[in-house]
Design a protein around this ligand. Structure first.
Ligand code: RP5
Length: 164
């Protein structure tokens, strides 16, 4: 690993952090350095452009972008950087994240955003995908990912119990 964190976790609002923290926690569990930032496409557009245009030079390798509602942040960032962008649809109050999901997933051909599930599962899986990308050139991280999977498998009981 370099001194600079390879994963950026950006989100449109402080209110997204409860969801996006699951991405941070998952990266922590895999010992993958990361930096979390609030970058809003509509409230801080200049910050978004500066971040996205400078992300590769800043040493980031993968960007995880979470947003809710009219969730244009992941697509806008993907338009401004060659780095892989993983989009996490944050669950909105009005439409339960369906709006976020469709906003992020329906990118026109040519500018991809790898779109995950709505909410916590999407944030966790975005982190696991980011780690898998980095593990292509990091054997120690690949081993940690293997251990993560093995622990997950070992934690699944063969039979259900009441009250678990
Ligand atoms: C989006 O608007 C954010 O990503 C957030 O999910 C949503 C609501 O933001 P707040 O009004 O809670 O700041 O930009």
């Amino acid at each position: 690993m370099t001194d600079k964190p390879p994963v950026a976790i950006i989100m449109g609002s402080q209110s997204d952090w409860a969801t996006m923290k699951h991405a941070a926690d998952t990266l922590d569990a895999l010992d993958v350095p990361h930096k979390a930032m609030i970058v809003s496409a509509h409230r801080t557009p200049d910050r978004m452009v500066a971040f996205a245009k400078g992300a590769r030079a800043d040493g980031f390798k993968v960007i995880i972008a979470g947003a809710g509602g009219a969730a244009h942040l992941p697509g806008m960032v993907a338009a401004l950087t060659p780095l892989p962008v993983l989009g996490v649809p944050v669950e909105s109050h009005a439409l339960k994240g369906q709006d976020s999901l469709l906003s992020i997933v329906q990118m026109p051909g040519g500018v991809p955003v790898g779109t995950l599930a709505i909410g916590k599962a999407g944030a966790v899986n975005a982190a696991l995908l980011a780690a898998a990308v980095l593990a292509l050139s990091d054997a120690a991280l690949a081993a940690r990912l293997d251990h993560f999977r093995a622990r997950q498998t070992a934690a699944v009981a063969e039979e259900p119990v009441d009250g678990a």
